[in-house]
Ligand binder design. Structure first.
Ligand SMILES: Cc1ncc(C[n+]2csc(CCOP(=O)(O)OP(=O)(O)O)c2C)c(N)n1
Ligand SMILES: [Mg+2]
Length: 352
């Protein structure tokens, strides 16, 4: 693991009552909660904008799939689950990792392929991993994380903890056989897995409508009698509420829960996709409900913070991003000897 400064793992199991003191202003959640969502979403947004810029300058190479537009999902998950719960996701993962507590420095250095990256510069954009944040990646094989996450959740049950594992995947991944095999087992054994489909409407250039006869993705859980819901993924509060319901169900020992979270990616599938397969009006429709902008508007309209306080948050995020980029640029490349560490190599002790 990288030696860069880590955010301390201070989060404990949350109680919803602690969050619900914003009712005086006709809001469900507290000022602190809205500011926490806003700050995390803004951090993710600005981090990735900077990553795209560095990619354009060829300072970052290889694959790069950004989360821009989907930030409310990470924010709503993190305000419910704890540091003892796990998360595993796919390759569109910078935001999820930052939400978990991976620092911007570790994340940016990883994108640059530097030795100070979260996995020593060996994983790149798709393969972050952080044991201390119970973040299991970062997986490039579409759907591969679904059985992995089911296994992580099984381990929690086996070890008799109250923890759950959030297993995230895209609309495209949900058509993989791995999902169906995992869900059958998860429901049969009542495994504490929270399955989340981030339905952003597309799998590369293929729309949900062209992928399957079943376009209402919340229906997928029905054949396993898995409790399922569809959630507005442009609103962190809506995501939070649904995750809270799901987590309560799972922690009570009743087994898995499935959320289809409807979201949207403003950019193409990856940096090399100009996204010509969709109308500009469609993108605008979602950008008009942008979670960062809408949360900022709500905070100001409801007087939860002043313009100056918002400006201070923006400045501190800007500074954090600049420092992360500087850190990445000034960090050393991995030593050549690193090629031979962190790999499986013969003899395989587990095969003897
Ligand atoms: C097993 C496998 N098949 C195909 C691919 C190529 N591929 C990479 S991303 C992708 C689309 C997945 O879309 P979705 O699950 O909706 O996730 P999103 O990119 O929208 O976040 C495909 C087909 C792959 N990486 N792995
Ligand atoms: Mg998708």
């Amino acid at each position: 693991m990288a030696s860069a400064t880590k955010k301390p793992a201070t989060r404990t199991r949350k109680t919803s009552s602690a969050k619900k003191n914003g009712t005086a202003k006709g809001l469900k959640y507290s000022k602190e909660q809205y500011l926490e969502w806003y700050t995390l979403m803004l951090r993710i947004r600005r981090f990735e904008e900077r990553a795209l810029m560095s990619y354009g300058q060829q300072k970052i190479r290889g694959f790069c799939h950004v989360y821009i537009g989907q930030e409310a999902v990470a924010a709503g998950i993190e305000s419910v689950i704890t540091k003892d719960d796990g998360i595993v996701t796919a390759y569109r993962q910078h935001g999820t990792a930052l939400g978990r507590g991976v620092t911007m420095k570790e994340a940016m250095a990883e994108l640059y392929g530097k030795a100070t990256g979260i996995v020593k510069g060996k994983g790149g954009s798709m393969h972050f991993f952080s044991k201390e944040n119970k973040y299991f990646g970062g997986n490039g094989i579409v759907g591969a994380q679904i059985p992995i996450g089911t296994g992580i959740a099984f381990a929690e049950k086996y070890n008799e903890t109250k923890n759950l594992c959030v297993v995230m995947f895209g609309d495209g991944a949900s058509r993989q056989g791995a999902l169906w095999e995992s869900w059958n087992m998860a429901m049969t054994w009542k495994i504490p897995a929270l399955y989340i489909c981030e339905n952003n409407g597309y799998a590369m250039g293929t729309s949900v409508e062209r992928t399957s006869n079943v376009t209402d993705m919340s229906k997928l859980g029905a054949s396993f009698e898995m409790p399922s819901e569809s959630v507005d993924g442009m609103d962190p509060a809506a995501v939070h509420e649904a995750i809270e319901r799901a987590a309560k169900h799972i922690r009570s020992g009743k087994g898995p829960y499935y959320l289809e979270i409807k979201t949207y990616r403003y950019k193409g599938h990856s940096v090399s996709d100009p996204a010509k397969y969709r109308e500009k009006a469609e993108v605008k429709e979602y950008q008009d409900r942008d979670p960062v902008k809408m949360t900022e508007k709500l905070i100001l309209d409801k007087g939860l913070a002043t313009e100056d306080e918002i400006k201070a948050i923006k400045n501190s995020v800007k500074e954090e991003v600049a420092e992360a980029a500087k850190f990445a640029e000034e960090s050393p490349w991995p030593d050549g000897a690193e090629l031979y560490t962190d790999n499986y190599s013969a003899p395989y002790p587990f095969l003897t």
